[in-house]
Write a protein that binds this ligand. Structure first.
Ligand code: FAD
Length: 150
């Protein structure tokens, strides 16, 4: 709603989002859908991003778009590899979706290990919430180090 032009580049031909959302996007005059395509290159200079090269997956044809910004959003997987041991097992409790189980103090199931932000369970996935989580986790870590968290 705040951009004059948005390109939505998607790897597949169809969308898994709610049909009503897809419909709204299709009806938006400022959104151009580029499906069955991959971003091959992001171009830039000292000012930042200046454009991208998009390649059609079927024909292989490349297209260059001039634009001042790119937002990368691929899937909903939680980046939790850092919490796995050498055998690939999680070192603390996680949900079936791989989100880290925490309490309101951002304490995980492992004493002295804290999680905050998008990787924690039920995360609202908003910057302000992640920052708040970080502050809570930091205070909990201080309490842990001072032995006041029992
Ligand atoms: C396209 C897009 C648009 C968004 N728009 C909005 C918006 O308008 N408003 C809003 O509030 N939120 C928005 N969000 C959500 C917001 O970006 C996140 O909620 C927020 O960034 C989460 O912060 P975080 O610190 O938990 O995770 P991140 O910001 O993802 O930071 C995690 C960091 O950890 C690093 N990392 C991962 N694994 C390791 C490892 N093993 N070792 C070291 N470092 C590691 C990553 O590289 C990354 O830098 C948007 C997100 C996306 C993708």
């Amino acid at each position: 709603k705040i951009c004059s032009k948005v390109y939505l580049i998607h790897r597949r031909d169809e969308f898994r989002a709610a049909p009503s959302t897809v419909q709204k996007v299709r009806e938006s005059e400022n959104i151009e859908l580029i499906t069955n395509a991959l971003v091959e290159q992001i171009k830039g200079d000292a000012s930042g991003v200046t454009g991208i090269v998009v390649k059609d997956k079927t024909s292989g044809a490349a297209r260059e778009l001039q634009l001042p910004g790119i937002f990368v959003f691929v899937g909903l997987d939680v980046r939790n590899e850092v919490l796995k041991d050498e055998s690939g097992k999680f070192i603390c409790d996680v949900t079936p979706g791989g989100q880290v189980a925490v309490n309101l103090k951002m304490q995980t199931s492992v004493h002295g290990l804290f999680a905050a932000g998008d990787m924690r369970q039920d995360a609202p996935k908003q910057v302000v919430c992640a920052a708040g989580d970080g502050a809570v986790a930091a205070l909990s870590a201080i309490a842990y180090l001072q032995g006041h968290d029992k």
